[in-house]
Write a protein that binds this ligand. Structure first.
Ligand SMILES: *[C@@H]1O[C@H](CO)[C@@H](O)[C@H](O)[C@H]1NC(C)=O
Ligand SMILES: *[C@@H]1O[C@H](CO)[C@@H](O)[C@H](O)[C@H]1NC(C)=O
Ligand SMILES: *[C@@H]1O[C@H](CO)[C@@H](O)[C@H](O)[C@H]1NC(C)=O
Ligand SMILES: *[C@@H]1O[C@H](CO)[C@@H](O)[C@H](O)[C@H]1NC(C)=O
Length: 173
């Protein structure tokens, strides 16, 4: 009884929050909202993560007065280039590490074997989070990269996810 009440209240709270965020996202310039590929119930799907803490005004030399936000502790970053030419189908895979993926150029279409999650288009200059690591999702996701796409992969140190708020489904565009 106690348990189901808690579940009910939290379900209500998360629904209310999801609606609030969808509505305020366009004017909420204090939070960085990023699409995240997550493994839930052994399936990969998309959530929208608001990285915490939010933006502050920078006092760092070189960016004084700008909006700035901490991405958290990172390890073992890599840079990779897909060959120029036809699309590259990476096939179904799990995220190799829990990480940020920064698209410097090109684009990618992420699709999901479950059929329940619509494709996610990732464009140049966007930051994606991929945390559907082995053990969280049986099949992972499929990535179709445009030829010439260039990416930075920036794993979270120790696989620890940055603090974030979560909204179900992809971020409002
Ligand atoms: C957010 O936008 C408002 C309205 O444009 C502006 O007044 C405010 O300074 C912005 N805040 C940040 C942190 O950029
Ligand atoms: C960095 O990457 C190498 C090669 O994939 C791996 O052996 C090593 O464990 C990684 N280190 C960390 C801290 O993730
Ligand atoms: C993705 O990039 C390719 C190669 O530059 C381009 O032809 C294609 O139109 C892009 N797709 C989208 C949806 O932007
Ligand atoms: C996820 O699915 C795989 C393949 O069907 C299965 O082997 C594994 O036990 C499942 N894991 C969980 C936590 O359900």
């Amino acid at each position: 009884m106690k348990l189901s009440l808690v579940a009910l209240v939290s379900a209500f709270a998360s629904t209310a929050w999801a609606q609030a965020v969808t509505a305020i996202d366009r004017v909420d310039n204090s939070t960085l909202w990023l699409n995240a590929i997550v493994g839930k119930k052994n399936l990969s799907t998309v959530e929208c993560w608001g990285i915490q803490p939010p933006f502050v005004v920078s006092t760092q030399p070189g960016t004084v007065g700008n909006k700035i936000l901490q991405l958290g502790a990172l390890a073992n970053a890599s840079y990779s280039e897909f060959p120029v030419g036809p699309n590259i189908n990476a096939g179904l895979h799990n995220a190799p590490n829990a990480q940020y993926v920064v698209l410097l150029a090109g684009n990618g279409t992420i699709s999901f074997p479950s059929g329940q999650t619509p494709d996610l288009l990732v464009r140049s200059n966007q930051i994606l989070i991929a945390v559907d690591t082995p053990g969280t999702s049986a099949e992972g996701h499929n990535s179709l990269w445009a030829g010439g796409t260039r990416v930075l992969q920036m794993p979270f140190e120790g696989g620890v996810h940055p603090p974030h708020r979560t909204v179900k489904g992809k971020c409002p565009s």
